[in-house]
Ligand binder design. Structure first.
Ligand SMILES: O=C(O)CCC(=O)N[C@@H](CCC(=O)O)C(=O)O
Ligand SMILES: [Zn+2]
Length: 336
């Protein structure tokens, strides 16, 4: 296999490849751009006009998505997968991946859409570099732009695989993209309703991509991901890469559950308390009147929403950051 197909090995070793560009037997050009960043370009005659950004390891301990991208790259480097799309592979936080930690100093996924400018350290620099790499990749005119940022979650979930769909003023969420996600195994989608500082929000808002954070199961170390079943997603990604995706003429959501954000729970101080068991699962339902969280100055987060559920509860985040999202079921009536 071509050396550049071993992007993960290079990244884990913190090494630069001797040759930065390689050509597969199929005439596919692979170009190493920076640590954990590799561009794949099909021969011009085969290019179908799709620019696909696949990122994983934004959180260093979320290894199933990293292993998935590693398999796709190996297949491309061996000539077993024949891309018709241009692809940018990104391993988001190499230092955290090497350490097997969610982050080293701060969460990269809270540093996009300009936030890195108000910060310093390796993770702020990396967020800036990831924005630059994504912006340069998505700078070609008249092409389709698609970004999947792949994650696994800290805790178990009542709904194992789901997506978060960013928001931008005046832009409607696409039914076709939701149908594509359903076919890729996602069981639910959270439709965001305000701007955010995560990677997929940056590519959606600033670069005009259709962009999603995908949650694929529970985070585990390398080699221990048998419990994370990414087979439907993997098949779909291969089809997208090779341009062999089945037609989605009548966008079928096929039981996909839709949610919207009722409130984001923000931790304001060290006095913040989250009244949930440590092992509570994502999508757990919360009863009306339940005191979900408490903070300084007698601030209380009381459930007032019918059908409320919690995702990503995490009282350990830094002050000022999201310590959970309260979501409610929604309908498909506003989709484009
Ligand atoms: O399990 C958790 O609490 C977090 C899992 C995770 O890393 N999720 C992403 C979601 C990004 C988004 O809001 O689109 C994150 O928190 O960064
Ligand atoms: Zn993550």
């Amino acid at each position: 296999m071509l050396a550049l197909g071993k992007l993960l090995e290079l990244t884990l070793a913190g090494r630069e490849p001797a040759e930065k560009t390689q050509l597969t037997v199929e005439g596919v050009r692979m170009r190493w751009l920076s640590e954990g960043a590799l561009e794949v370009r099909p021969p011009e005659a085969r290019d179908n006009g799709l620019d696909l950004l696949l990122s994983a390891g934004i959180h260093g301990n979320e290894t199933a998505p990293i292993e998935l991208l590693d398999r796709l790259l190996h297949d491309i480097a061996r000539g077993d997968l024949k891309p018709r799309a241009r692809i940018l592979f990104l391993f988001g936080n190499p230092e955290a991946i090497r350490k097997g930690e969610r982050f080293v100093e701060q969460d990269v996924n809270r540093l996009f859409n300009g936030r890195h400018e108000q910060s310093s350290g390796t993770e702020a620099l990396r967020a800036c570099e990831l924005e630059r790499l994504a912006a340069s990749f998505f700078s070609l005119p008249d092409r389709q732009r698609l970004h999947y940022d792949l994650h696994t979650a800290i805790r178990g979930s009542k709904i194992e695989q789901f997506a978060l769909y960013p928001w931008k003023e005046g832009r409607q969420h696409s039914r076709l993209e939701l149908a594509r996600l359903r076919a890729a195994g996602m069981e639910a989608v959270l439709l965001q309703n305000k701007p955010s500082i995560v990677f997929s929000s940056y590519t959606y808002d600033k670069l005009g991509a259709e962009a999603f954070t995908l949650e694929l199961g529970k985070a585990r170390p390398f080699g221990q991901n048998d419990g994370v079943n990414v087979s439907l997603l993997e098949t779909r990604l291969k089809q997208i890469i090779e341009g062999t995706e089945p037609e989605m003429a009548e966008a079928q959501l096929d039981g996909l559950q839709l949610f919207s954000v009722a409130r984001e729970i923000i931790k304001h101080s060290d006095a913040f308390r989250l009244n949930l068991p440590q092992d509570v699962e994502n999508f757990s339902e919360l009863e009306m009147g339940y005191v979900l969280a408490e903070d300084l100055a007698n601030t209380r987060w009381i459930i007032e929403e019918e059908g409320a559920r919690i995702i990503f509860p995490n009282p350990k985040v830094k002050n000022g950051l999201r310590a959970g999202i309260l979501i409610v079921p929604t309908s498909d009536e506003n989709l484009a």
